[in-house]
Write a protein that binds this ligand. Structure first.
Ligand SMILES: [Zn+2]
Length: 494
């Protein structure tokens, strides 16, 4: 029965593919893959066969034909209808065929189960949401786990001031700001998913891991240095992945693996090639979890600043956010901005491109600063601030901060240069919960130059000459970091 059906399909298929626009019959021609499809991915492969020794063009582009007669091409589709014109020159005659491939961008259509007797309530995340470990709310906000995509449903467990406690899985929970969720109508149940096929591919400036799920599930992610890998836990998910398509032209990802660590937590392990990280991002495309891992940018191979795109953030700004104010009345925001321009000038002299998140005395939100850096596709960011606190009669000192362990070396490289100046070493501080250190999609460092509140520091940090010297040290620190990157890449190749 199956064979008959197949035969029938082949006959019908051949019948259609021999009829072309002008009624000509192209010798031995048939499209075996990619014709008349509505597709949901922007890259589309067309494979066909025609009489051997033909000349083949797809959309005016010459396509290689193999000795067997087969040919193939990958097209990048635009949203909507994409015309495909195939021209074949065979035996001195020109033939053509055309059809259209419709690319439909699929937005998430989560599987929502509504149960009349489901007594618990569910929240759904909005754009910009993030998870916190606890309900602590200090000056910088509670400790962040990571940002999380929109459209994710989780059971609501409790309400603590401005946060909801939400369930990630049977044994895991987190906190999420109320501002970033909506409460679903009664009866909506949090989804559970089976993982489906994966693909791992080179997407140009990053490698991409895509895991098909049936619904958007919450996730957490972190980087480990030894072994050198990314760990992404997907909650409310069980393994049903029977294959992983892994391409061989990957640049950042060495290989991927997974583990079902508990009945409802699926762990994705992404082993990395390069020692130094240039950022990664986890998001959803439809219901597929989309993990991108940035390639080492080409200029980094030279170990120099030339060609690098660097985001520089001058802390605070505007009438509401002056930052720390020194005993003599100097405002932090003005020192930060002056130093950001000095750093910009020095980095540009070295051939880097610099993107400022604030160019004047205006109030720029953290979200807008992050957006500016995202849009410019920066390779790394440096945030400039001044510190405050402690004994005003003593030297405060200089310090650098990172949040993610993979950027410790960056913060360390800059601190090592800064302390060569006549300043106190206030230290290298990790796991710091500063918002601009939170994004994982590029390396970041916070430089707390000196203390506004310390009298000896105040004298230095309000002096333009000393500010310039500090920014020279930041520049040297970045160069020293890039040299380490270059050495690690060389070591790997040798
Ligand atoms: Zn500050």
């Amino acid at each position: 029965m199956k064979i008959n059906q197949k035969l029938f399909t082949v006959i019908i298929f051949n019948l259609f593919s021999f009829i072309t626009l002008f009624g000509q019959i192209i010798p031995d021609y048939k499209i075996v893959r990619g014709k008349n499809d509505t597709v949901t991915t922007p890259t589309h492969i067309i494979v066909g066969v025609a009489a051997p020794q033909s000349q083949i063009f797809v959309n005016e582009q010459s396509v290689k034909q193999y000795k067997t007669g087969s040919f193939g091409i990958e097209l990048n589709l635009k949203e909507g209808a994409n015309p495909v014109v195939i021209k074949i020159i065979s035996g001195g005659k020109e033939y053509s065929d055309n059809f259209s491939v419709y690319y439909k961008i699929v937005t998430a259509q989560p599987k929502i189960e509504i149960l009349q007797d489901y007594g618990k309530r569910v929240v759904v995340t909005k754009e910009g949401a993030y998870l916190n470990y606890g309900a602590g709310q200090d000056r910088l906000g509670g400790a962040k786990v990571n940002y999380i995509a929109s459209g994710i449903r989780m059971e609501l467990i409790d309400s603590v001031q401005s946060l909801y406690k939400v369930r990630l899985s049977e044994n895991n929970y987190a906190f999420i700001p109320k501002y970033f969720v909506n409460i679903e109508p009664a009866g909506v149940k949090p989804p559970f998913t089976l993982t489906s096929s994966w693909s791992v591919s080179n997407a140009g400036k990053s490698d991409r891991i895509r895991i098909s799920l049936e619904s958007r599930q919450p996730y957490t992610m972190y980087r480990e240095l030894e072994p050198n890998r990314l760990v992404v836990d997907i909650y409310g998910a069980a393994c049903n992945s029977n294959w992983i398509t892994q391409y061989l032209n990957l640049k950042a990802v060495d290989y991927v693996d997974f583990k079902q660590i508990s009945p409802d937590v699926f762990r994705v392990l992404i082993y990395l090639k390069d020692e130094y990280s240039w950022g990664y991002k986890v998001d959803y495309v439809g219901n597929s979890l989309d993990i991108t891992v940035k390639h080492t940018p080409l200029p980094a191979y030279s170990g120099k600043l030339k060609g690098m795109v660097i985001g520089v953030d001058a802390g605070h700004g505007g009438p509401k956010s002056a930052g720390a104010v020194s005993p003599a009345g100097f405002e932090e925001k003005a020192q930060n901005l002056a130093m950001a321009y000095m750093l910009k000038e020095q980095l540009e002299k070295k051939g880097a491109t610099v993107i400022l998140s604030r160019t004047d005395d205006s109030d720029v939100t953290l979200a807008d600063r992050i957006k500016t850096f995202d849009n410019a596709n920066v390779d790394m960011i440096v945030a400039i601030h001044c510190n405050a606190g402690g004994n005003p009669l003593k030297n405060g000192g200089t310090s650098t901060y990172y949040k993610h362990i993979e950027y410790r070396e960056l913060a360390k490289s800059i601190l090592e240069k800064l302390v060569l100046l006549d300043v106190n070493n206030f230290g290298l501080i990790g796991n710091f919960n500063f918002s601009l250190n939170a994004p994982t999609n590029y390396p970041s460092v916070l430089v707390e130059t000196l203390f506004m509140s310390s009298l000896p520091d105040e004298e230095k940090i309000t002096n333009p000459q000393f500010q310039k010297e500090m920014m020279t040290k930041v520049t040297e620190g970045l160069e020293s970091y890039l040299k380490k990157v270059k050495a690690s890449l060389k070591e790997k190749r040798d």
